[in-house]
Design a protein around this ligand. Structure first.
Ligand SMILES: O=C(O)CCC(=O)C(=O)O
Ligand SMILES: [Fe+2]
Length: 320
């Protein structure tokens, strides 16, 4: 084997590596970049002021506003993947200077793969996005939240628990919940995360942002939305979730890793419109779509094994 250092052997984003400080010393960064990577490594998030032009935001709101009801509480208050319909949502997901920051943090090509646009605060309870989207190798995912208008104490601003990304990535399995087909189990996960943050003494922080500001959060940073206190007030915003090249991409909530059931995602790169190849340590992994999930056809899967597994998934029991 090549003579590589322990730090290089670790299949993790360098900003999440236990060898972060050693790796940092070998880099040539500007003082501004140095501050960004050390903050992200320590706190698990990065606030970037005025990254998205107001002109682009205004065009976005013009395009999407009719998709939403007039009042808080009426549905739908959120839309997933409006990028498929509106060019401006794609533009926000592909802002070049945000890509540059993500390349600095992850050292792989960013892949915007899902958008959520909100008219009102989500009032979502604390969670880590890794329960929804994860990767192997781990932590090659992040959220980028763009304020399409200012947030304040009244319109349900974001909150997060600084440094919580350092905790392990909790999957349902770890906390005694079974993989699920719908959202029935999810509140149990939320109960757990809230209790856990409290028990470990993490301090919840609320963040107020200006129109055009951007917050990047690490895959495992625990976050959510504060209650809406101000009545019928809007909180226009867009979240784009990003993966990075060269991974397998899956949904832990629907997976049972130890029963050989990985719910692999069909990932489309919003910036290019192309389907993203899953891969494992540089080797491409093909996937088979069996309806509710995708199955990996890795290089060491033989055809009989694959057929058996697909049969098991489709019919719900083993053929032999
Ligand atoms: O916008 C919010 O209030 C939270 C959104 C969120 O948690 C997410 O999109 O991952
Ligand atoms: Fe989230």
């Amino acid at each position: 084997m090549k003579n590589v250092s322990l730090a290089e052997k670790m299949n993790l984003p360098w900003v999440e590596s236990p060898f972060f400080n050693d790796l940092l010393q070998k880099k040539e960064l500007t003082p501004e970049q140095h501050e960004m990577v050390t903050h992200y490594n320590r706190e698990g998030f990065l606030l970037l002021r005025q990254q998205v032009s107001h002109e682009l935001i205004d065009r976005t709101l013009q395009q999407i506003q009719n998709e939403y009801p007039a009042k808080v509480g009426e549905q739908p208050s959120r839309h997933q993947d409006l990028w498929k319909k509106y060019s401006t949502v794609r533009e926000i997901a592909s802002v070049p200077q945000i890509f540059d920051v993500l390349r600095l943090l992850y050292e792989r090509e960013p892949i915007p793969f899902q958008t959520l646009n909100f008219k009102f605060g989500t009032q979502q309870r604390a969670h880590s996005d890794t329960i929804h989207f994860s990767s192997t190798p781990a932590r090659f995912m992040c959220g980028v939240w763009v304020a399409l208008e200012a947030t304040n104490a009244n319109n349900g601003p974001l909150f997060y628990y600084p440094r919580s990304q350092r905790q392990e990535e909790f999957n349902y399995f770890d906390i005694g919940i079974e993989a699920e087909e719908n959202y029935a189990e999810y509140p149990h996960y939320e109960d757990f995360m809230e209790e856990f943050m409290e028990a470990k003494g993490y301090q919840r922080q609320e963040i107020h942002m200006e129109k055009g500001d951007v917050l990047i959060w690490s895959s495992n940073l625990v976050h959510g939305g504060m209650p809406i206190k101000g009545g019928n007030v809007t909180r226009w915003s867009q979240v784009t979730h990003y993966y990075f090249e060269g991974c397998m991409y899956y949904s832990p909530r629907f997976s049972d890793m130890f029963a050989n059931n990985l719910n692999l995602r069909h990932v489309i790169n919003i910036a290019t419109g192309k389907v993203v190849q899953h891969s494992e340590n540089g080797k491409p992994i093909e996937t088979i779509n069996t309806g509710s999930f995708r199955y990996a056809v890795s290089h060491n899967f033989t055809l009989p094994v694959l057929l058996k597994e697909v049969f098991k998934k489709v019919i719900g029991k083993k053929p032999f």
